[in-house]
Design a protein. Structure first.
Length: 418
């Protein structure tokens, strides 16, 4: 029994992993989050443009995002304790309350100093990090030099957590006096599995939800290009008007610049949705991209068919009365089918690269990894150094493409042996 090569084993393992992830991905992701992907208000309670929490393993010491529970309740006084042992202050602390009600928020620092951060009629959200006047007064009292710009564009909570000698670690106590229990959320400097973008969107939700549609789209484009290319490649090898027309089509496909044509086709086949986002129909994208990619495949298949037609067994079949169509169906197809699989393994890495590139132009349909890449351009995040948005997608696409590269290498070895 012939042993399965290591390349095929690795490629199969990669593809099975992606298949499993594509199947279970939508059940892991939060569909409500995806439906509100472009709704900025939905993500307003997340920290903005922060890396994943696991980056702390790499030497970072950033506060995570978390919800606090009361450590003590005495009448209308709710006490929350926040154990701070990080290198930077949180982005913000939000107090949620059922308005309207009288509410008082007091904060006790690890050194025992107590400050009243808020007193009055409650709002649905009280953002402590945006109380710039209060924070500036605290900074002055503590002998810290913070300007308005420092607080607005830097860290609104720095006067509380950052002293003259750096971060002041310890337990910070929030005492909130209110008729009904408030909720407290700390917006840290790290978040979840894959961090957030400049709006506060959970990148992990977009990544895991977009995986399936990305895989379906890439495979659909590859299959379309190979099926059309193989069919027209066979037909172009025939003599007569059919061969001349298909030969001309394959030549046209090979000379068309793919990316400019795809970007040009977006306003023709798609539309602009509410919020200024492009919406491209899935099958229009697949068909157009497949038609732009089939040219080289068709030319290669044509060369294969012409080689097969010149062989002796074909001439023998013709002398016995076999028509060209009969020969193509019963003889040439046996060579074209495995060669088409080989061409599929060649074109898939190219499709993966093109989908990544077109994502930056928002020229890809539906919600997929191209959507995440496109937001880097449309929302001016390209120079934010947010590697956690691009790197996971790039690595995932690279591994997916690598599976087909391994299959391609294996098939080349098999063909060379034969």
């Amino acid at each position: 029994m012939k042993r399965v090569s290591l390349k095929i084993k690795i490629a199969t393992a990669i593809l099975l992993f992606y298949l499993l992830a594509a199947v279970i991905g939508p059940s892991i992701a939060n569909k409500e989050a995806i439906d509100n992907w472009n709704n900025k208000m939905y993500w307003s309670d997340n920290p903005k443009l922060v890396p994943p929490e696991w980056t702390n393993i790499l030497g970072k010491n950033l506060p995570p995002t978390e919800n606090l529970e009361p450590s003590r309740i005495e009448g209308n006084v709710y006490t929350y304790e926040y154990n701070f042992h990080y290198s930077e202050a949180p982005q913000d602390i939000i107090v949620y309350s059922e308005s309207p009600q009288e509410i008082t928020i007091n904060l006790t620092l690890p050194n025992g100093r107590e400050y009243t951060l808020y007193r009055g009629i409650s709002r649905s959200k009280i953002r402590l990090g945006m109380m710039f006047v209060t924070m500036k007064m605290i900074a002055q009292e503590r002998g810290l030099n913070y300007t308005d710009s420092d607080l607005i564009f830097g860290g609104g909570l720095d006067p509380i957590f950052i002293g003259k000698d750096g971060p002041e670690e310890g337990t910070y106590v929030l005492e909130i006096t209110a008729e009904r229990k408030p909720e407290v959320r700390v917006l840290g400097k790290s978040y979840g599995i894959l961090g957030t973008d400049s709006i506060g969107r959970d990148i992990w939700q977009g990544f895991i939800w977009g995986l399936r549609e990305t895989m379906v789209m890439v495979v659909a484009v590859g299959l379309t290009a190979v099926v059309v290319g193989a069919t027209l490649g066979v037909l172009s090898a025939l003599s007569g008007i059919v061969g001349a027309i298909t030969d001309g089509l394959t030549k046209l496909s090979t000379i068309l610049p793919l990316v400019p044509v795809m970007v040009m086709m977006v306003p023709i086949t798609g539309k602009v949705t509410y919020g200024g986002h492009l919406e491209v129909p899935f099958w229009s994208f697949v068909l157009v991209m497949g038609l732009l990619l089939f040219g080289k495949i068709a030319r290669n298949v044509r060369a294969l068919v012409e080689t097969e037609l010149s062989k002796e067994y074909v001439e023998s079949a013709v002398s016995l009365g076999g028509s060209r169509w009969w020969i193509l169906k019963h003889h040439i197809s046996r060579a074209v089918l495995p060669y088409s699989v080989y061409q599929f393994s060649i074109v898939m890495p190219k499709v993966v690269a093109l989908v990544s590139l077109l994502g930056f132009f928002e020229a890809v349909p539906g919600f997929n990894w191209g959507t995440l890449l496109g937001s880097m351009i449309t929302e001016n995040q390209l120079f934010s150094m947010a590697w956690w948005i691009v790197l996971p997608i790039g690595v995932a696409l690279a591994f997916f493409a690598m599976a087909f590269v391994l299959i391609n290498l294996h098939m080349e070895e098999e063909f060379s042996v034969r």
